[in-house]
Ligand binder design. Sequence first.
Ligand SMILES: Cc1cc2nc3c(=O)[nH]c(=O)nc-3n(C[C@H](O)[C@H](O)[C@H](O)COP(=O)(O)O)c2cc1C
Length: 147
Amino acid sequence: MKILIVYGSTTGNTAGIAEALGERIGAAGHEVTVLNAADASAEGLCDGYDAALFGCSAWGTDEVELQDDFNVLFENFDAIGVSGKKAACFASGDSNFEHFCGAVDVLENRLVGLGAVIVEEGLKVDGDYAGNKDEVDAWCGRVLAAL
Ligand SMILES: Cc1cc2nc3c(=O)[nH]c(=O)nc-3n(C[C@H](O)[C@H](O)[C@H](O)COP(=O)(O)O)c2cc1C
């Protein structure tokens, strides 16, 4: 399958998870593209892919604000062509915040509204990949099984 991974990351934590997911999914025999939201454009983003994984950290205080680069993409999210495609979301966050990895919930809701098929409950990582390898790898395994 052709899998797209798009992430928005300010300090590199969600980027690290995205890269790890990309390696694992590639090692499982899929063709993977890992794309920084800063380099992506919404129009037809998912065209040619069988599934897409979306990663985005949260930066609000009172309410959830999507990571800056991803937020630009999100403004035109209805153009990404995700209807009928398999999808799942992930993020690095900080559990001291009220809306821990809140961007995951925002993205999932929007994706469902756009007709995507969410194949696995979103991954919410407290910190970076290095400190949460087992959790990330287990989630990746469940996503792979659902593709
Ligand atoms: C002003 C501010 C607001 C934040 N808001 C949230 C939040 O609502 N939920 C959360 O889980 N983490 C929140 N964080 C923590 C970051 O999302 C966290 O450090 C994350 O690992 C950053 O990931 P990134 O490097 O991929 O951007 C916030 C951090 C700051 C400085």
